[in-house]
Every structure is written in structure tokens, then in C-alpha cells.
Design a binder for this molecule. Structure first.
Ligand code: ADP
Length: 499
């Protein structure tokens, strides 16, 4: 009988289930979108019950598509949208409020207060993060402050908190396991990444009762088994990691210095820094990559707010093409960007600039500039921003990066991949399967349940589709970077400058 691993990929806009075989090949896939709830400007919520029901239905659908039963599934791995906060009643399993999504800015003011209190360094040293509304702690606090009766119930031990993997594991096990994997815990701003425990001092500051928090556990181990009524019999849930960390694992970046870039709507670069946390001097975040066996791997993380979204903007708002893939042909129809630079700072700039007042700009336009040059400049901006992150990481680890593994929707663009290799002066490797997030979750589950023996056993899986090698000289490379930095300078401080 064929045996598989099931990966549950609970993302921001959809729940997916992918079933993998031993070679890391996709045997079945099901996907379901769910509602985005925007109660006010800057607020984003999901219905936690819908997260659960959509995830459950795609799991059952993916199994049905290949006539699989519980006997075919060795174990389940979970990967999820990170930082999103859910609080529910321990007895009824009913959420007390909608899930507050990572994108939600409702606690920005409180985070400003934390900064004004001088807590930035303390938070960074303990959690690897910067005080920001993005992370879970202040979202959880908001629920306790604003949803009637919740603080009292939480103090009486009647409420539970979880990020999305915690919620799914709790539901799948029928309330038997209340756990969070280290990688997800490290995104809450309550978890001490030096001790791998909830940090009591921070819990006091945020006024969060410790009793409602899940137990932090390794990323690759059996957390519990699914209730037998879900899939006909029990299946072990044996791995979990936040989406970006799972992608790092799926890309097999197991050693210090190995990194991956995901070119999606935004861009996320993570570099494995080995067994000790590296605290950034260049505006990056320190995070737990995963905990396996007796060790923990750490990563540096940098995010670009607008990556593929620049292409989306040219497609949807400007109407230069109908399909994102057409951007490749257009970029290749000209020999260069004709001195054109596109800084897609639509929502400010993230690492390493951190300028919320920057805005998008296109520079160097002449009478000869046409739409192809602009499209090319937009694609190039993804590579320039990635090079900026790579430089920040290299400076933090006082070494250079090795090669770069690429994934995400825009990584299918060969022009972008080649230009990335050129501008980074490193090989850029795109795997055959760019579903690295769910594959990472499958590996974590399969490794703890003997489906795969060890890392060597998966080494041959999902090998490189293509390796892009640097092909320009250093003079050209530094000239392009110099012009890019000049363009970034022009985009910075725009909002504040005019008024
Ligand atoms: P996410 O998971 O962040 O929603 P995906 O990984 O699916 O995003 O990537 C989608 C993004 O990639 C979109 O912003 C889209 O414009 C961009 N994209 C998709 N295909 C291409 C392509 N061939 N060239 C450039 N950008 C692309």
C-alpha cells in the first residue's frame, strides 16, 4: 500500500492540503479560499472556525481525490500564516473573538507606547523581534482588554491562546494537545528565544496570564493524534513550522549561511544562522528556524513589503499587461532598463531602510523610456531589494552568503532569476517544486515518524530545476547598485517631506 505524508498549509487567503510521496512529489492537492474581514481601516480578521472548517474540508478532499484512507497517511505536518492570534474557550472550543491577523495594525499605538517606555532593546534581546503590531502579543492583549469578560476568564484558566498551528492541532486532537512549535512561538513577542520558554517579565508587561499559553515544543515530533472521527482513525500530527521557516526547511537550508528568498506578493528572505541566535545590527529580525532533536536552529529574517506586488500593480492599476508572466517577455524585449529605476515603496520601505514615509517612485525616465523599460525596472527592483537584505545579513554574520534558493510566484520568471544572480554575484537556485512551504511541513512530519530517515534521505528530493549563474562584471554590478541606492534615497521620507 502507498504511504504518504499530508501537509496542511494554512495561509492568509486560503487553506490548502498537499499530499506528498517519498520523493517529495505532489500526489494530491486541494485548496479553499476563505473570508477576509476588514472591520475598520487597517484592521484584518479571519473567522477562526472558518480557518478550521476550510482546513478540514481540503484535507478530506485531498484524500478523496486519490482514494486515500487514514492507512495511507503516515503523519501530518502543518505550516501556517504566522503571528495571527486566536483565543478560545477551553470547554466549548468556541473562539471568543475573530482571529486577529498578522497584517492587522490595531495595536500600533500600544507598540509606540512600548517603544516610548524604552522597551525596544529588552524585547529585541529576549525575543529577537522589534515592538510591532505585526507580532501576536499585542493582538492577544487587545482581546483581553476589549472583549467583555475575557480577562477574568483567562485568569481563571478558562481561555486558551494559540497561533494558527496551535489552534489546528488543538482542534485536530479534540482538545488533547495545546502546543506551539518553537518557530511559531518565536513570532509572538512573548517567547524568549535564548531560553526557549515564555518570558515571564514580558508577560507581566503585556498583562498576559501565562496559563492561557500553549506549551512550546519542537517542530518535528508527534504532538498528538487526530480524533478518530476526522479521518476514520487516528493519524499522528508530527511536525509544524511557520510558513517562512517551513519554506527554509523545504529548501533544505539546513546549514549556517544557507538562505532562501520567497518572491511572493511581498518578499521574505531567511538565512539559517546555525545553533546560536544572531542579533541584527541592520534592522533584521532574529527568529527560531526550527527545533529538531535536541537542537534549535536560528535564522535572520528580512522582509520586503512589495515584491511581486509591483508586477501586480503594473498589471491591475496601470494595465500594461494581462498576465504577470508576460512581464518576462516585455523585460527581455529591451536590452536594459535604459537607466530607469523603480522603487516600489508603496507602503514605505522595510528592512534594511525601515522608512514608513517612503513612497513609490520611478526615476531616470527620458523621452526614450517605454513600458518595457518600466516593467524591466520593476522586476529588477525585486533583485535590488533582495541584494540589500543579503548585504544586511552578510554584515550581521560577518561573512558572505553562499548561494540563494528561490521560491514564490515570481520565481518562475527566468529574467528575474538571472538578474538576481547577476546583481547578487551568487548562484540562484530554483527548485523543481516551488511548493517549498508545504514540503517543509511534510519533511518535518515525515522525519519524526520514520517516513524519511534523516536529512540525507530527502537530499535527492525536489532537486534544482535551474541554477542561474552570475554573468555580469563587478563594475556593472556596483554601478547598478549605486544607482539603485540613489533611487531609494529619492523615495525615502516622501510623505513627511512635503507637509
Ligand atoms: P503570495 O503567496 O504572496 O500571495 P505568490 O507566491 O503566489 O504570492 O506570488 C504571487 C506574486 O507573484 C504576485 O504578486 C504576482 O504579480 C507575482 N508573479 C507571478 N508570476 C510572475 C511572473 N512570471 N513574473 C513576475 N511576477 C510574477
Amino acid at each position: 500500500m502507498e504511504k504518504y505524508i499530508m501537509a496542511l498549509d494554512q495561509g492568509t487567503t486560503s487553506s490548502r492540503c498537499i499530499i506528498y510521496d517519498r520523493k517529495g512529489r505532489i500526489k494530491s492537492l486541494a485548496q479553499k479560499e476563505f473570508r477576509q474581514i476588514y472591520p475598520k481601516g487597517g484592521w484584518v480578521e479571519h473567522d477562526a472556525m472558518e480557518i478550521w472548517s476550510s482546513q478540514l474540508s481540503v484535507a478530506q478532499e485531498a484524500m478523496a481525490k486519490i482514494n486515500a484512507t487514514h492507512e495511507n497517511i503516515v503523519s501530518i505536518g502543518i505550516t501556517n500564516q504566522r503571528e495571527t492570534a486566536i483565543v478560545w474557550d477551553k470547554d466549548t472550543g468556541i473562539p471568543v473573538y475573530n482571529a486577529i491577523v498578522w497584517q492587522c495594525r490595531r495595536t500600533a499605538k500600544y507598540c509606540d507606547e512600548l517603544k516610548a517606555l524604552g522597551l525596544t532593546d529588552k524585547i529585541r534581546e529576549k525575543t529577537g523581534l522589534l515592538p510591532d503590531a505585526y507580532f501576536s502579543a499585542t493582538k492577544l492583549r487587545w482581546i483581553l482588554e476589549n472583549v467583555n469578560g475575557t480577562r477574568k476568564k483567562a485568569e481563571e484558566g478558562k481561555l486558551l491562546f494559540g497561533t494558527v498551528e496551535t489552534w489546528l492541532i488543538w482542534k485536530l486532537t479534540g482538545g488533547k494537545a495545546h502546543v506551539t512549535d518553537y518557530s511559531n512561538a518565536s513570532r509572538t513577542m512573548m517567547f524568549n528565544i535564548n531560553t526557549m520558554k515564555w518570558d515571564n517579565e514580558l508577560l507581566d508587561i503585556f498583562e498576559i496570564p501565562a496559563g492561557m499559553l500553549p506549551e512550546p515544543v519542537k517542530s518535528s515530533m508527534v504532538f498528538g493524534k487526530t480524533s478518530s472521527n476526522i479521518f476514520g482513525s487516528e493519524i499522528p500530527i508530527a511536525g509544524a513550522a511557520g510558513d517562512q521557516q517551513a519554506a527554509l526547511f523545504g529548501q533544505k537550508c539546513f546549514r549556517a549561511g544557507e538562505s532562501k528568498m520567497t518572491y511572493g506578493t511581498g518578499g521574505f528572505m531567511l538565512m539559517n544562522t546555525g545553533k546560536k541566535p544572531v542579533f541584527s545590527k541592520n534592522g533584521l529580525i532574529t527568529t527560531v528556524a526550527w527545533g529538531i532533536g535536541d537542537t534549535v536552529d536560528y535564522a535572520l529574517e528580512g522582509s520586503v513589503f512589495v515584491a511581486g506586488a509591483a508586477i501586480q500593480w503594473l498589471r491591475d492599476q496601470v494595465g500594461l499587461f494581462d498576465d504577470s508572466a508576460a512581464s518576462e517577455k516585455m523585460a527581455l524585449s529591451v536590452s536594459d532598463s535604459a537607466g530607469c529605476y523603480f522603487v516600489p515603496a508603496f507602503v514605505g520601505l522595510g528592512a534594511p531602510y525601515w522608512d514608513p514615509y517612503a513612497r513609490g517612485t520611478i526615476l531616470g525616465i527620458t523621452r526614450g523610456t517605454d513600458k518595457n523599460h518600466i516593467v524591466r525596472a520593476a522586476l529588477e527592483s525585486m533583485a535590488f531589494q533582495t541584494r540589500d537584505l543579503a548585504d544586511a545579513m552578510a554584515s550581521d554574520i560577518e561573512s558572505t552568503i553562499t548561494d540563494l534558493k528561490a521560491d514564490g510566484g515570481a520565481s518562475t520568471n527566468d529574467f528575474l532569476m538571472q538578474f538576481q544572480a547577476d546583481i547578487l554575484d551568487r548562484d540562484v537556485i530554483r527548485p523543481a517544486c516551488i511548493e517549498t512551504t508545504s514540503l517543509g511541513a511534510a519533511y518535518l512530519a515525515g522525519l519524526s515518524t520514520g517516513y524519511w530517515e534523516d536529512e540525507k534521505d530527502i537530499a535527492g528530493n525536489c532537486s534544482a530545476d535551474k541554477c542561474f549563474k552570475p554573468s555580469i562584471g563587478s563594475k556593472e554590478r556596483s554601478f547598478r547598485m549605486k544607482k539603485w541606492h540613489q533611487a531609494v534615497k529619492c523615495a525615502m521620507n516622501w510623505e513627511a517631506a512635503g507637509d
